[in-house]
Write a protein that binds this ligand. Structure first.
Ligand code: CA
Length: 213
């Protein structure tokens, strides 16, 4: 994880929208009970995702990587009540926490959780003709290039593909391992993909925001 100096981190946080109360509670629970709690996107990235959802007026969102549901709930709170957010993960332990907070936030009808390898879920959605206004990739890093290939044509023209951890603590510059190499490959692919206009924002651990042409 890249970090701003704490004084700037605090300043950015103080000037972000207020974190919804349900998300503050979910963050506390995740930090108290779940290993790798730092995977949770947190208030600033959560607010950025909400802003992006509102900018494209997303009614259909696909999330790859649910974890404890913070980003799914953040995005779903910014969607209309008849919107649909599909989120997939392989971990049912963190998924149970996610579902409890999805229900608590009153988003049971908006958020649909799928358990299983994401590439399988994406193939099912593609087969069913689903298209998305926004796709958020935040799952196992080795599959980032494969996720890009699988979802690129599921993003509607004018929609967004967003990917988290694309600076991967800075390791993408001289990748020392498979995860770093995969993220670097993803960054190279999307930057050169004529279907997208993309930018890597140095926010938190790096966030690619790409608009489907
Ligand atoms: Ca992440």
């Amino acid at each position: 994880m890249l970090a701003l100096p704490p004084i700037l981190e605090r300043y950015v946080r103080e000037h972000a929208p207020q974190e919804p109360e349900v998300l503050a509670r979910l963050r506390s629970k995740t930090e108290a009970e779940v290993p790798m709690a730092q995977m949770l996107v947190g208030p600033v990235e959560g607010a950025l995702l909400q802003l992006l959802v509102r900018l494209v007026q997303a009614r259909t969102v696909l999330e790859i990587g649910t974890f404890t549901g913070y980003s799914a709930i953040a995005m779903a709170l910014a969607m209309p009540p008849d919107g649909k957010l599909v989120t997939c993960d392989i971990d049912e332990t963190t998924g149970r926490i996610a579902q409890a907070f999805i229900d608590e936030a009153g988003l049971g009808a908006v958020v649909e959780r799928r358990i299983g390898p994401a590439l399988g879920t994406i193939a099912e959605l593609a087969g069913g003709g689903m298209r998305f206004d926004l796709v958020f990739i935040d799952a196992d890093k080795k599959n980032y290039p494969a996720y890009l290939d699988a979802v690129a044509d599921l993003v509607r023209p004018g929609g967004l593909l967003v990917a988290d951890n694309t600076l991967w603590g800075g390791f993408v510059v001289a990748p020392p391992d498979d995860d770093s190499r995969a993220i670097h490959r993803f960054n190279e692919k999307i930057a050169r993909d004529p279907r997208f206009e993309s930018i890597l924002l140095p926010v938190r651990d790096g966030i690619v925001v790409a608009r489907r042409r």
